[in-house]
Design a protein around this ligand. Structure first.
Ligand SMILES: [Zn+2]
Ligand SMILES: [Zn+2]
Ligand SMILES: [Zn+2]
Ligand SMILES: [Zn+2]
Length: 299
């Protein structure tokens, strides 16, 4: 007969290690959306819980010489194994990595109501776009660290960012003053129409030695709302520069504040132009962007 190695526990396990909050259950263990529930099927995902932060230990998976796992975020901060205080050797656990590839893990925002179960390879993309991810303060250029739910975004803006102008109407002019100010600058205003609020952002960035402007319309709403609004309609926004017998137009579905402006800028998925173009349309250093929002039938 083979001796059951599992039953042997290091004698110090329960006593000394300060890193493992013994008796504290992982935050996912009791949460909803785990699937299964009753019955004897083990919750495989729980075997991958990091003993320090309760996030999941995902490939590449390293173990201590006694076989304990710790996640890759906690590992560099530790000098010894949080479970047995043994050395953190560079031992890969290929079997656990293989198992990890078949397990469905709950989304990081399961405690906020997300019921998605995902392969670990799908987790990062899902969590970036997850409807249940907290919203960050959408004001660019401020160091505001606020985050909260979608419903809390407008109250936050009205209380903490009072200086932002709001214009009512479907057709407004977003006037950016002093566009020749050097360096990175953001201009922000709000547009309110169709019972919705939109944040308009003009951002100037230094790129490849030159300066570029990016103008973006963002719905204070979720991605689902930008994709399909009530009555199967979607918003469309038109950004237009006009002047001196020239016209530059960008028409698109508004982005959502959930995604932030940086991904739109990175993908040039917005109205963008350089300083020479800006000069063609500006007057006395001020640039007026016509912003028109309308509702069109979605697919
Ligand atoms: Zn961890
Ligand atoms: Zn250990
Ligand atoms: Zn999710
Ligand atoms: Zn803020």
């Amino acid at each position: 007969m083979i001796k059951m190695e599992k039953m042997e526990m290091p004698s110090m396990m329960n006593s000394v290690c300060p890193m493992t909050p013994m008796g504290v259950k992982g935050r996912r263990s009791g949460g909803g959306g785990g699937g299964g529930g009753g019955g004897g099927t083990p919750d495989l995902a729980s075997f991958f819980e990091c003993p320090v932060c309760f996030d999941y230990v995902l490939p590449p998976i390293f173990q201590c010489s006694a076989g304990h796992l710790v996640c890759s975020a906690c590992r560099p901060k530790l000098t010894c194994c949080p479970t047995c205080r043994g050395p953190l050797a560079d031992i890969r656990n290929l079997a656990m990595e293989k198992v990890a590839g078949t397990v469905l893990f709950p989304c990081k925002y399961s405690s906020n109501g997300c019921g998605s179960l995902l392969l670990h390879t799908e987790k990062p993309d899902h969590e970036d776009a997850c409807e249940h991810r907290p919203y960050f303060c959408p004001c660019p250029g401020t160091n505001c660290k606020w985050q909260g739910t979608l419903e809390q975004v407008m109250p936050h803006l009205l209380i903490q960012h009072k200086s932002i102008t709001t214009l009512q109407g479907e057709d407004i002019v977003f006037l950016a003053t002093d566009i020749n100010l050097p360096g990175a600058v953001d201009w922000v205003m709000m547009q309110s129409c169709f019972g919705c609020n939109f944040m308009l952002v003009l951002e100037k960035q230094e790129k490849n030695g030159g300066e570029q402007f990016f103008a973006i319309v963002q719905l204070i709403g979720s991605r689902k709302q930008t994709e399909k609004f009530a009555y199967r309609q979607v918003h469309t926004s038109v950004l237009e520069l006009n002047g001196h017998r020239r016209r530059l137009i960008w028409e698109a579905t508004p982005h959502t504040i959930h995604d932030g402006v940086s991904s739109a800028i990175l993908n040039s998925d917005c109205l963008f132009f350089d300083t020479n173009t800006a000069k063609l349309f500006s007057e006395n250093g001020n640039l007026g962007i016509n912003v028109t929002i309308s509702m069109v039938c979605g697919k």
